[in-house]
Design a protein around this ligand. Structure first.
Ligand code: BGC
Length: 382
């Protein structure tokens, strides 16, 4: 049994759920700890070796977001091959042990660079230290490992992601004085979840303080477990007498679980729900009117920057790497500045879903179904 622990442990200024006692005894059967049936085509990715320089990539999960297997994996593969690299891209399926084992395998197979999107900072730190001991440069991909040793970091401006979520919610609840809000956040062990939260609060806290919005509860979800997120939300909703006007869902996966609960109570479409990742499910929910917004992160740009960095580092060309990673982020735990590429996220509502289909991330056929066809027609999505 896993319990949605009280607010993001590592996150500062987390506001505990108000007056609900929050005794969450949830029967979580590990929606995202499938143990990995699909994760490892042993010996490397399915595509044939391009004869280039070997680079290992470990993605964290499948079930926490459709992005990892749907966007990151194919886009990294393409970008790395185009950069003359021979990528071995594996997914740890939310399993720390597997994450570590995959890294060991890649290190001993002679990868020249290791790219890691870790499940937790601690797990990522351990892997980065092992690689470093073998002289293998490590790039933190999407998630920064706090207290770590990785040389470079590629991601989006994650506080901006959170700020867009806050802005979207504020926009949706405009004019609803005292609108009640529940916040369902990501994993406490993922630094991104803290950054998303901080960004959201930059917009929402003044509105809570000023009484325009009312915070009902704020809850972090271990391992970004979508199913636990839905169950946690349901408890908070019923604990609040079935009343809610807006929900901060940290990504589309959590949003989907929340919309399922809202639908059960006949509230879908009346409650503003945020999201992130511009997944097909999220965009479809937006077109249906069940989700208000998502955040589009053009992952091809993240993959391209990572490939460029990896190609340079594989040759020991830190000058080119430094010209690519011109920004820095602060690692407060390690008290160090990490050279970074931070890309720009984009707010998506019903009005501009077409941006995502035009960019080729999601096909019209994946989101235009019977329930959304009229919205697709109106938006010119075909
Ligand atoms: C990523 C999000 C993703 C979440 C859950 C975060 O670290 O930045 O895009 O939705 O993890 O996988």
């Amino acid at each position: 049994m896993r319990v949605g622990r009280s607010a993001l442990n590592g996150a500062p200024k987390m506001i505990a759920a108000l007056g609900l006692g929050l005794v969450l005894t949830l029967t979580a059967c590990g929606a995202n700890s499938s143990g990995g049936s699909s994760g490892g085509s042993a010996g490397g990715s399915a595509a044939p070796s391009s004869g280039g320089v070997k680079v290992g990539v470990i993605l964290p999960e499948t079930d926490t977001s459709a992005r990892w297997e749907g966007f990151d994996k194919p886009m990294l593969d393409k970008a790395m091959r185009a950069a003359g690299l021979d990528p071995d891209i594996q997914n740890a399926q939310g399993d720390e042990q597997k994450f570590s084992t995959l890294a060991d395998g890649m290190i001993s197979s002679g990868v020249k660079v290791l790219v890691i999107a870790s499940i937790s900072s601690d797990g990522g730190d351990a892997v980065a230290a092992k690689a470093k001991a073998q002289g293998i440069p490590v790039i933190d991909y999407d998630r920064l490992n706090l207290g770590g040793t990785s040389d470079y970091y590629v991601s989006f401006d994650n506080e901006k992601v959170g700020a867009l979520q806050g802005q979207g919610l504020a926009q949706a609840l405009q004019g609803k004085q005292g609108a009640q809000v529940i916040q369902i956040e990501g994993a406490p062990t993922d630094n991104n979840a803290t950054l998303f939260y901080n960004g959201q609060q930059s917009v929402l806290k003044p509105m809570y303080d000023g009484g325009q919005l009312k915070l009902v509860a704020n809850q972090a979800i271990d391992k970004w477990d979508n199913q636990v997120g839905g169950q946690t939300f349901e408890q908070l909703l019923t604990g609040n007498g079935g009343k809610v006007d807006g929900v901060v869902a940290a990504n589309d996966g959590l949003a989907g679980a929340i919309v399922t609960v809202l639908t059960k109570y006949g509230l879908n479409g009346q409650v503003a729900v945020t999201g992130q990742d511009a997944t097909a499910d999220g965009l479809q929910a937006i077109l249906r009117g069940d989700q208000y917004m998502t955040v589009f992160k053009p992952i091809q740009e993240e993959a391209d920057a990572t490939a460029k960095l990896a190609a340079a580092l594989a040759k020991g060309d830190t000058a080119t790497a430094d010209q690519t990673a011109t920004q820095t982020v602060n690692d407060p735990k390690g008290n160090r500045q990490v050279k970074s590429v931070l890309l720009t996220p984009q707010l998506i509502t019903k009005d501009n879903v077409k941006t995502v289909t035009d960019a080729g991330y999601v096909k019209a056929s994946e989101i235009c179904v019977q329930a959304t066809q009229a919205a697709c027609d109106a938006a010119g999505i075909k």
